[in-house]
Design a protein around this ligand. Structure first.
Ligand code: SAM
Length: 266
């Protein structure tokens, strides 16, 4: 039964219209983003989510947008266990994480598989902004030698555990550092780079470019409005890149989407 159906007669109709049946689930944690009008019904809504039979143990309400360098939102506990450490399963891979301490977005699952499907065994692949590993680990499972770089120390600890959990720890080298210092830390011959850059950090592309071989591939994630895409393609071509594909992969704000550019370095 849909959430709003379950709450018919419990939450007044005009408020119920502000509630979505869809909510983000990471591992056994449900994450709601309740409209202010629903504040007095938070507990009853959370109770309905907890009993939705989706093996949910904890219901959180997002109280802020993603913030800070770690890209983590603020949360309030509405129902269930206060333990926010969980294991998320995605296409057979396991990711342990604490949703209140590290970034994770389960909506990019198909996109992550799309990219890892392009990787050949033996490739050297660079993943800056690697988080707890949802790009790095499928790439390593395809036989790539992955260098994963992440500034959030807790995310690196989870990444190390997740590499072991998924039996790819021998294929993933983890560097706890600032991606903008990469050129000083790394050798310059990666076959591929996968760059899930945080909002507004597009400047990283120039740094990554110096680390990728000629003929190499880049998958660059950025946040843009539709009218910015054609000029951006032109600027990448001016940087000596071929734009193989530009795809939208999720909306993040009104008129602003996450885009991925598959690029080839001449
Ligand atoms: C948008 S998240 C992507 C995480 C991961 N790739 C994923 O898809 O779940 C960006 C990540 O970059 C990290 N980060 C932010 N600024 C950084 C920097 N200057 N150097 C390295 N990592 C950084 C954050 O801690 C966060 O884990």
């Amino acid at each position: 039964m849909r959430l709003t159906e379950k709450l018919q007669g419990v939450v007044p109709g005009e408020c119920l219209g502000r509630l979505s049946d869809r909510f983000h689930v990471i591992g056994n944690i449900a994450i709601l983003s309740l409209a202010p009008e629903l504040a007095s019904y938070k507990k009853v809504i959370a109770g309905a989510v907890l009993s939705s039979g989706k093996s949910i143990h904890t219901v959180l309400n997002k109280t802020t947008k993603l913030q800070g360098e770690r890209r983590v939102a603020g949360f309030e506990l509405l129902a269930g266990s206060s333990n926010t450490d969980t294991v998320h399963r995605e296409f057979g891979f396991l990711y342990r994480l604490d949703v209140t301490r590290v970034f994770f977005n389960s909506h990019l699952a198909h996109e992550r598989m799309r990219v890892s499907a392009q990787v050949m065994e033996g490739e050297d692949v660079l993943v800056p902004f690697s988080g707890v590993g949802p790009f790095a680990i499928p790439l390593a499972a395809r036989g790539a030698h992955v260098v994963a770089l992440e500034k959030n120390r807790e995310a690196c600890l989870y990444l190390a555990e997740n590499a072991r959990l998924n039996r790819v720890d021998k294929m993933v080298a983890i560097i706890n550092a600032d991606a903008f210092q990469m050129a000083k830390l790394l050798r310059k011959d990666f076959h591929r780079a996968v760059i899930p850059a945080p909002y507004g950090e597009d400047g990283i592309l120039e740094t990554v470019l110096t680390l990728v071989k000629s003929g190499g591939r880049l998958h660059f994630y950025t946040f843009k409005k539709l009218h910015q895409i054609e000029p951006l393609k032109k600027s990448y071509e001016d940087m000596g890149l071929e734009v193989m594909q530009a795809r939208r992969c999720g909306n993040v704000a009104p008129a602003v989407s996450r885009w991925v550019f598959d690029l080839a370095k001449y």
